[in-house]
Design a binder for this molecule. Structure first.
Ligand SMILES: Cc1cc2nc3c(=O)[nH]c(=O)nc-3n(C[C@H](O)[C@H](O)[C@H](O)COP(=O)(O)OP(=O)(O)OC[C@H]3O[C@@H](n4cnc5c(N)ncnc54)[C@H](O)[C@@H]3O)c2cc1C
Length: 410
């Protein structure tokens, strides 16, 4: 029997890859190794439904139930950390001293949250990446009245909405001049700033200076820009993540802000692939952190390993939920620049809208829709097909977008 395919990381990318290997007809051994104990949880609900749930039915947040691993003949080795990769002998070292040989290795090691030195050893300071973090935060929320979130990105804002729904007053502190500055158009930033403000969330942007306050080792508040002090009982750090490169770097794989891979997710070692949040496709501007990307890159690696045809290219997509609003986006929103255009299109439903972003060459680069799933679907189709409806038409609510897409697709 040949050595197994080993996947390090049993989260969205790793589990998807194991599933796709089976779907591509691979019948050999598959081992999934994760340092976390237990069956993996889905990540997106951890900042949304999980924080709002009472804990009586947390099983519904599992990524897969344990019988799924059995029925797919996939061995889950949980609670075990891979400490080294020996590429020459094609072996892994685990933290209990065990060695495992592999035929092909898939790195789905994801990313870990950035921390703040000043808040490192304080009580009531939280990050949110996996289920244990979410359990800790959920139990700390009980009976609290106030919290601060540092970081106005998607995770910070989703947590702010969940805490607010639980009756906790939240202040969000963001270093840049607008919320979601790295990932969304200015119009969508303004939409969510307004949504949070009408729900009584305090929003502070452009905070260049912050001092963490504490009393007897317990987080007690923040002083911002040397002129305002906000007291609170809990602190959530939502200041981004760093790729989990440790083993890959030590093993001499080519890395940057991620493990560098080609279009089939193959690393600088032909027997090692990297997928999901940790992978950086050679030539891409940055890593993509989303469930869609985890699944898509998993499918690419599995197809390459099995010698199957690659899945068709499609625009990356993402969603977020805050209060009762669902955002759907596709493509990569270009950063603000003189020639970049953001065009707002009113939706048919009350309050629905979409923002269409055009890059410096005037080509459609992304669509973001709130309360307008129809516009999202049509925008995603445009991106997948390489269609670029003229910005002046998009701004006109009477423009027949459906007809435009149908004629472009024909
Ligand atoms: C709170 C939250 C909300 C989110 N919401 C959304 C959303 O609404 N929409 C969306 O599209 N995306 C969302 N995301 C992002 C999405 O969940 C991630 O992009 C996705 O989880 C990436 O999957 P991954 O498998 O690449 O990495 P991860 O999920 O980070 O998993 C990596 C796994 O590898 C394991 N590991 C790492 N190193 C080792 C080692 N040496 N040995 C053993 N195990 C190891 C880790 O324990 C971990 O379980 C959210 C993420 C979070 C945290």
């Amino acid at each position: 029997m040949s050595d197994p395919i080993i996947i390090i990381g049993a989260s969205h990318a790793g589990v998807s890859c194991a599933e796709k290997l089976r779907a591509n007809g691979f019948s050999g051994q598959i081992q999934l190794i994760d340092r976390l104990s237990g069956v993996p949880f889905e990540r997106p609900p951890l900042s949304k439904g999980f924080l709002q749930a009472d804990g009586s039915d947390d099983e519904k947040f599992l990524l897969r139930r344990s019988d799924w691993f059995t029925s797919h003949e996939i061995t889950l080795i949980d609670g075990r950390e891979v400490t080294a990769i020996d590429r020459e002998s094609k072996q892994l070292q685990l933290d209990d001293g065990q060695c495992c040989r592999y035929d092909k290795l898939v790195l789905a090691t994801g990313a870990f949250p950035r921390q703040l030195d000043d808040a490192n050893n304080l009580q009531n300071v939280f990050v949110l990446r996996h289920a244990r973090n979410a359990y800790e935060l959920r139990s700390a929320m009980k009976g609290r009245k106030s919290a601060i979130v540092i970081g106005g990105g998607y995770i910070g804002l989703e947590v702010a909405a969940s805490l607010t729904k639980a009756g906790i007053h939240v202040d969000v502190i963001e270093m840049t001049e607008r919320l979601l500055a790295r990932v969304a158009s200015p119009n969508i930033s303004a939409f969510f700033a307004n949504l949070h403000e009408i729900n009584d969330v305090g929003i502070y942007t452009g905070v260049i200076n912050q001092e963490i306050l504490q009393k007897d080792g317990l987080f007690s508040g923040i002083r911002i820009n040397n002129d305002r002090t906000i007291h609170a009982e809990l602190l959530l750090l939502g200041i981004g993540v760093l790729p989990e490169l440790g083993n890959a770097k030590d093993a001499g794989l080519t890395t940057g802000d991620g493990i560098i891979v080609d279009g089939m997710m193959q690393s600088s070692d032909a027997d090692i692939y990297a997928i999901g949040d940790v992978a950086l496709v050679d030539g891409a501007m940055s890593r993509i952190e989303s469930v869609d990307n985890a699944q898509n890159t998993a499918a690419r690696a599995a197809a390459a390993i099995c010698g199957s045809s690659q899945p068709p290219k499609a625009a990356p997509w993402f969603w977020s939920e805050q209060f009762d609003v669902r955002l759907q986006s596709a493509g990569i929103v270009p950063q603000e620049a003189a020639a970049v255009q953001y065009v707002v299109r009113r939706g048919k439903r009350e309050g629905g809208l979409s923002v269409w972003s055009y890059d410096v060459f005037g080509k459609l680069a992304a669509i973001e829709a709130v309360g307008d799933p129809a516009a999202y679907m049509l925008g995603k189709k445009c991106l997948d097909l390489g269609l670029s409806p003229p910005p002046s038409d998009i701004g006109n609510a009477d423009f027949d977008l459906k007809g435009f897409v149908a004629s472009g697709a024909a």
